[in-house]
Design a protein around this ligand. Structure first.
Ligand SMILES: C[S@@+](CC[C@H](N)C(=O)[O-])C[C@H]1O[C@@H](n2cnc3c(N)ncnc32)[C@H](O)[C@@H]1O
Length: 218
């Protein structure tokens, strides 16, 4: 039998229900914890959350939002954040697509991180992939001019899709050009999944795209 999931939060609970964000807005959600809420840093599908914790610890004045649809993962990270007394992070237990479309305003995000999103390898599941043209157009819209979208995958077929979709989005420009993507990013903290794929020797792909500031942006 597995270990029982601990449900108590040993400190302040930094999870926020989507309805509450919709009603109050991010400024109220972060009130008193960061001086300037916008633009936000957002990680979609944070998994175990170590990457988000590292980002938030390194930039205590910046408001960070982690989105993850696994209830268990959100609960575990909320417990950890409470123990660390980290006040510049909020966790949303919801689908990334919902948060991006309904809870983030245009031009409100300085950085999106999409680290090793689920590749959904079966053909009938392909439409569940997070990086799709319509979704990337929305992500680009939510970024401030000059804002950054970072993505990574180990999955070859998904890598081709991500590469094509990002390159085709007119509001974004490739910050790694002339390279289409990098295999290694110096000084980047590896995520939990990344460590697993590295140990298996899988080739990794990292993209960095910037929201255009000029007339090309819609
Ligand atoms: C392969 S794991 C990668 C986790 C982490 N980013 C890493 O690199 O270690 C993908 C994560 O995204 C979450 N996820 C998948 N689809 C999602 C969605 N549509 N919205 C929010 N989270 C999602 C999964 O629950 C899982 O934790």
């Amino acid at each position: 039998m597995g270990r029982t999931l601990k449900r108590d939060i040993p400190g302040i609970d930094r999870r926020v229900p989507p309805d509450e964000i919709g009603e109050k807005g991010w400024e109220a959600v972060f009130a008193g914890d960061v001086e300037r809420v916008f633009p936000l840093v957002v990680e979609l599908g944070f998994g175990r959350g170590e990457f988000l914790l590292d980002l938030a610890t390194r930039a205590p004045d910046v408001a960070h939002v982690g989105v993850e649809y696994s209830h268990k993962r959100v609960l575990k990270l909320a417990r950890r954040i409470a123990r660390m007394e980290l006040c510049n992070v909020r966790l949303v237990n919801a689908r990334a697509e919902q948060v991006v479309s309904e809870l983030l305003a245009s031009g409100s995000v300085q950085m999106f991180w999409v680290n090793f999103p689920d590749p959904w390898p079966k053909k009938r599941h392909l439409r569940r992939r997070l990086i799709q043209p319509a979704q990337v157009a929305l992500l680009a819209d939510r970024l401030v001019p000059g804002g950054i979208l970072e993505a990574a995958t180990d999955h070859l077929d998904y890598a081709e899709q991500i590469d094509a979709v990002l390159a085709a989005e007119p509001a974004l420009e490739n910050a790694y050009a002339p390279a289409r993507f990098l295999r290694e990013v110096p000084d980047r903290l590896p995520t939990a999944y990344e460590l697993e794929w590295r140990a298996e020797g899988r080739p990794l792909h990292f993209w960095r795209y910037r929201r255009r500031a000029g007339p090309e942006a819609p």
